[in-house]
Structures are given as structure tokens and as C-alpha cells.
Write a protein that binds this ligand. Sequence first.
Ligand SMILES: Nc1ncnc2c1ncn2[C@@H]1O[C@H](COP(=O)(O)OP(=O)(O)O)[C@@H](O)[C@H]1O
Ligand SMILES: Cc1cn([C@H]2C[C@H](O)[C@@H](COP(=O)(O)O)O2)c(=O)[nH]c1=O
Ligand SMILES: [Zn+2]
Length: 204
Amino acid sequence: MYHQYREGYIEVICGCMFAGKTEELIRRINVLSYAKQKILVFKPKIDDRYSEIEIASHSGRKVPCYAIDDPEEILDKVTDDVQVVAIDEVQFFDSKIVDVCEYLADKGVRVMVAGLDKDFRGEAFGVMPELLTRGEFVTKLTAVCAKCGSPATRTQRLVDGKPASFDDPVVLVGAVDHYEPRCRHCHEVVNKPIKIKKRLKSSQ
Ligand SMILES: Nc1ncnc2c1ncn2[C@@H]1O[C@H](COP(=O)(O)OP(=O)(O)O)[C@@H](O)[C@H]1O
Ligand SMILES: Cc1cn([C@H]2C[C@H](O)[C@@H](COP(=O)(O)O)O2)c(=O)[nH]c1=O
Ligand SMILES: [Zn+2]
């Protein structure tokens, strides 16, 4: 027999660029605002592409937010009446964001985060593996591959129209100026180390 429904959990929305992560976050925020839930929205200050004071999708949808540097600033803003915390571009925060999300979820807040699971090299992006492990609910979205039209799961970085190199810095804020979504087969990374070489038939 259950006695009480327990509030508080972490939802993670992930995928490549242009997959609709921000649109999905905004959709969830809007639905909850009809339910008169008290929601606070955050993003890292570094994301100043479309707006400094809103989370913004590539299609132009926007919601006001606090732009912060340090994840602990979230705790300063979340008062006892806040039921939902939404965080966009969560991949840019340092590891403190994991403790902040866990703390809030433990105390009954619904925490919704959206971020890139992979960087332009196809490697795990910063804190995302930790958040994906700890989150109760995970939504993985895809875009449309800009080359072949298949579901896109990766983000292609282009420098002067050419694929970026594995050794380039991971963080480069941008949109269509530097990036396009691609599928596994069309995704290109210059100098990407090959981790497993196919075994020769004779050695099997
Ligand atoms: N190749 C593409 N595949 C899917 N959506 C695209 C593509 N290029 C542009 N878009 C636009 O991007 C929107 C998703 O934007 P957004 O929610 O900001 O994505 P994300 O946060 O995952 O980068 C789509 O609704 C569409 O209008
Ligand atoms: C792949 C990749 C992306 N970025 C940056 C580029 C954008 O500013 C954001 C992702 O925004 P979106 O809402 O998911 O479209 O991240 C980066 O810095 N490094 C990368 O490898
Ligand atoms: Zn493709």
C-alpha cells in the first residue's frame, strides 16, 4: 500500500544540436505554467547566441531565464515555493551542477535539464554522462542529417566549411555559422584516433 506520492526527480533531455532540446524544454515549461507551478529557468552565461536573458531555440522560441556562471547561484534563487527548475545548455556547467540537481530533486523539486550528450568530436560532453546516469527520466532527441536526411545523432563542426579537427577546443558557442546535425555515417572529425582496429581474419 502506497501512502504518499513523493515529488522530486531529474529529467534529462539530450541529443545533438538542432534536435529540438530547447523546444522540448520550453514545451514542458509552458505546460507546467498552465498548471500554475512555480518555475525558475536557468542557463550558463556563456550561451549568448540569441539572447542574454532568455533560453532560445533555433526556431526563435524564447522563455526568460537567469543567466549564471556558477551552479550554486541556482540555490540562491530557489525559494521553498519553487516546484520546478529548468536548465538549458547544461553541458557547459562544471561538475557542481550535478550536486545542485541532486540536492533539489532530493528536496522535492522537479529538475528538467537539456544539453548536448556529445561534443563535435562525438565524445561525451562534460557533465552529461553523470546527469544521464543520475536522472530518473531521459529523452534523447534526433535532428535531420544535413547531408543525407537520416536521423542525426551527432553535431558536425565546420571551420571555413571544412570538418574541424579532434584537437580543436571543445567549447565554441555558435549555431549554423559553425554547426550542422549529421548522422553517424556522415559525421566527420579530422585526426580522430581509431580506438579499435578490425581483427584480421587469419588471427581469429
Ligand atoms: N537539420 C535539422 N533538423 C531538425 N531541425 C532543424 C534542422 N535545422 C534547423 N532545425 C530547426 O531547429 C529546431 C530545433 O531547435 P532547438 O530546440 O533550439 O534545438 P536544440 O536545442 O536541440 O539545438 C527545429 O524545430 C527546426 O526548426
Ligand atoms: C557540438 C558542440 C557545440 N558547442 C556549442 C554550440 C552551441 O552554442 C551549444 C549547443 O547549442 P544547442 O542548443 O544544442 O543547439 O554548444 C560547443 O561548444 N562544442 C561542441 O562540441
Ligand atoms: Zn547522414
